[in-house]
Design a binder for this molecule. Structure first.
Ligand SMILES: *Cc1c(COP(=O)(O)O)cnc(C)c1O
Length: 404
């Protein structure tokens, strides 16, 4: 059978079960994945794929990175979960490692990106005792699906049918400092922004923008919150995306790759602000659990032991070279944006058929904003895999463009 042909009986039976028993809130490809290793993943019919989008950005170290697997296997047999009414060595150690690689603050642990942003929203409000409840966010941003985070996400399509939304959010065009100045008033408590838009098409903050937001926050005593759920944890070649810009935030939110594929989230903030989250004000039952903590620690250690931040720079150069060459010979490629292992290939044609064509070529990629092919490859991807995948992607784009 051909790839992505759901006729295979193992896949067909799984799809039938989903149709009966799983809420149909996702669009899924007719492929059932069963095993992964590094930048490769296999389906139930035995087909092998090269994965340029492992785990939707969660598997930053590829599928089943050995040190993370070992740490989780060791921990799962000792202690799976205990509540935050007790101390565990792993949670404290994890917080220390994150603090030392960011701005020296403290961590609140949770399980996902949207939860990390909810914690940040609460912190902004608590820091002024609710007097300054308004938060400015940006069009093109994405912050999650719970009611606070989805309200923080400006695009109306995410709000359809859900109203009334949470009060207090105001939206500015991304990059527009004057619009921010116009929106700020005495009730504005903070600004929430992705230093590099992910869902929004892999777009770094324009020069001076984050600096300007920092200045506005300093002048008005507001909190600057960076959503680094997608850009954080080493993906861009720095531990955190903000470190490319030299602008210090008051809060950052993390998830996706934080635990190299195990569910985990965190909000990091300064010691001075952390005290506003008093006991009883916020919690997450599973937050900072031993499995997530061990995975998170193992991920940081693996990145350092294997020199992966430096490897990201070399891998990014290789992607840039290959994709720029494609842009130069293909009119359908409008722009190529490479920020470490966060890559956007903006097309002049619809991206969905390109993703389908890549799947036929056994290459997994994503499309966002309709026309941006998004790649979030593993930090430890091999040079040969970059060349191989870029060739398949180039063929997919050229073939699709010739038919458009
Ligand atoms: C994915 C994402 C989120 C939401 O994370 P979940 O774990 O799905 O809740 C929030 N912000 C950004 C920037 C993201 O990319």
């Amino acid at each position: 059978m051909s790839v992505a042909d759901p006729a295979g009986s193992a896949t067909r039976s799984v799809i039938d079960t989903f149709a009966r028993y799983v809420v149909p809130n996702y669009r899924r490809f007719p492929v059932c994945l069963v095993r992964g290793e590094g930048s490769r993943v296999w389906d139930a019919e035995g087909a092998e794929y090269l994965d340029f989008f492992p785990g939707w950005g969660c598997n930053l170290l590829g599928h089943c990175p050995a040190p993370v697997v070992r740490a989780v296997q060791d921990q799962v047999a000792r202690l799976i979960h205990v509540p935050n009414t007790w101390y565990t060595e792993a949670q404290g150690e994890w917080a220390r490692l994150l603090s030392e690689r960011s701005f020296g603050g403290q961590a609140f642990f949770c399980n996902s990106g949207t939860e990390a942003n909810e914690a940040a929203i609460k912190l902004v409000r608590l820091a002024s005792d609710g007097a300054r409840y308004k938060i400015i966010t940006f069009r093109g941003g994405f912050h999650g699906r719970t009611m606070g985070s989805v309200t923080a996400t400006a695009q109306p399509k995410y709000h359809e049918g859900l109203g009334p939304m949470l009060a207090g959010f105001q939206y500015a065009p991304h990059g527009d400092l004057e619009a921010v100045e116009r929106l700020v008033d005495d009730q504005t408590g903070g600004i929430l922004v992705e230093p590099i838009l992910g869902e929004g098409g892999v777009v770094p903050a324009p020069p001076g923008f984050l600096e300007g937001l920092r200045r506005i926050c300093d002048e008005r005593g507001m909190l600057l919150v960076f959503d680094e759920v997608q850009s954080g944890c080493g993906r861009t070649g720095e531990w955190f995306g903000y470190q490319h810009f030299g602008v210090r935030p008051d809060v950052i939110t993390l998830a996706k790759s934080l635990c190299a594929g195990v569910a985990g989230g965190a909000m990091l903030t300064t010691v001075e602000l952390a005290r506003f989250l008093r006991p009883g004000m916020h919690a997450a039952t599973f937050g900072g659990n031993p499995l997530a903590a061990r995975a998170g620690i193992a991920a940081i250690e693996m990145i350092e032991n294997e020199g992966l931040l430096a490897h990201v720079d070399r891998a990014a150069d290789r992607f840039r070279e290959r994709l720029h060459a494609l842009r130069d010979r293909c009119d359908a490629v409008r722009d190529v944006r490479v920020i470490g292992m966060m890559i956007g290939v903006e097309l002049s044609i619809d991206g969905a058929p390109v993703v389908e064509r890549c799947l036929e070529k056994q290459l997994l990629v994503n499309c966002t904003q309709g026309r941006v092919i998004r790649l979030l490859p593993a930090m430890n991807i091999a040079p040969a895999d970059i060349d191989d995948g870029c060739e398949r992607l180039a063929d997919a784009i050229l073939e699709t463009a010739s038919r458009a």
